[in-house]
Structure formats: C-alpha cells, structure tokens
Design a protein around this ligand. Structure first.
Ligand SMILES: [Zn+2]
Length: 145
C-alpha cells in the first residue's frame, strides 16, 4: 500500500475566508447568524470574523486525505457487508459530533469528485439528492476485532 504524505489544508482560504464546519442540519441556523456559502469551496464561512454566534462552528484542523488506518482496497460499487451484531445501530457518524462528521465527510466527498462512487451521479441539492459517506469495515472473527 502506498500512502501519500498528508497535506494539511488551512482552515482559511487564500482570500482569508474564515471557514466554518457546519453540518447540513445546522445550515439554516448558521445562515441566520450571518454565515455565507462559498460554492467553489462548498463550505460555509464567516464573512466578518469573529461573528457572534458563529464561533461554535469555527473550523477545526483539516483531516488528512487518507484517514489513519483507512484501507482503500475494498473496491468500488455497490456492496453488502455482514456486520457483527455487536456493531448494529452504531457507526462513526453516530460516535462523533456533527461538526467532526462534517470534517470527515468533506475530504472524502472531495476525493470522490463530489460524485457517487457506485453510479457516478453528482449531488443535486435542489432535487434533494445528497451524497452520503458510507464506511466499510473488515472484521477479524477469531480475535473479535
Ligand atoms: Zn449512486
């Protein structure tokens, strides 16, 4: 396996935009407090930082393009994976804050070119078609890991 060196992306753009980590479910609340959408970066930002109320979404450091321990050899396309009973009804998304989930999904969507890796369709928010980030795990039955 080849690992690319992780590139650290700044949380502000070259134009000095103060980016925010806003979960989709919180976008209206952030917008009401003055957040603006950068369509090119696909991120919310604070136009006049620090704006009162927007601090809670202040961007945390970017995660690496290849996540630690991530295995990209599972292949692409549709899949059905059996999940041990002990892992039912839990996933990474349910274990992290919405803000951290936004930090995780952003580079993954960017890496996929903002297209579905199974069928190639793009996101269309006006049509209510959003891209979801799924996780796949390898379970070692003998060791229970
Ligand atoms: Zn698809």
């Amino acid at each position: 396996m080849v690992h690319e060196p992780s590139r650290s992306r700044p949380s502000t753009s070259a134009a000095g935009r103060a980016y925010l980590d806003v979960a989709y479910a919180e976008k209206d609340a952030a917008k009401a407090l003055g957040a603006r959408w950068d369509p090119k970066a696909r991120r919310w930002y604070d136009p006049r930082p620090p704006s009162p109320g927007l601090e809670r979404w202040t961007a945390r450091p970017e995660v690496p393009e290849l996540l630690p321990g991530e295995d990209r050899t599972f292949g692409a396309g549709l899949f059905v994976d059996l999940v041990p009973r002990s892992c039912w009804f839990t996933n990474v998304r349910s274990c992290v804050t919405e803000q951290d989930w936004e930090r995780l999904r952003r580079p993954i969507l960017r890496r996929a070119g903002h297209r579905c890796e199974a069928c190639g369709d793009g996101e269309d928010r006006t049509a209510g078609r959003r891209l979801e980030v799924h996780e796949r795990w390898h379970y070692d039955e003998p060791t229970g890991v």
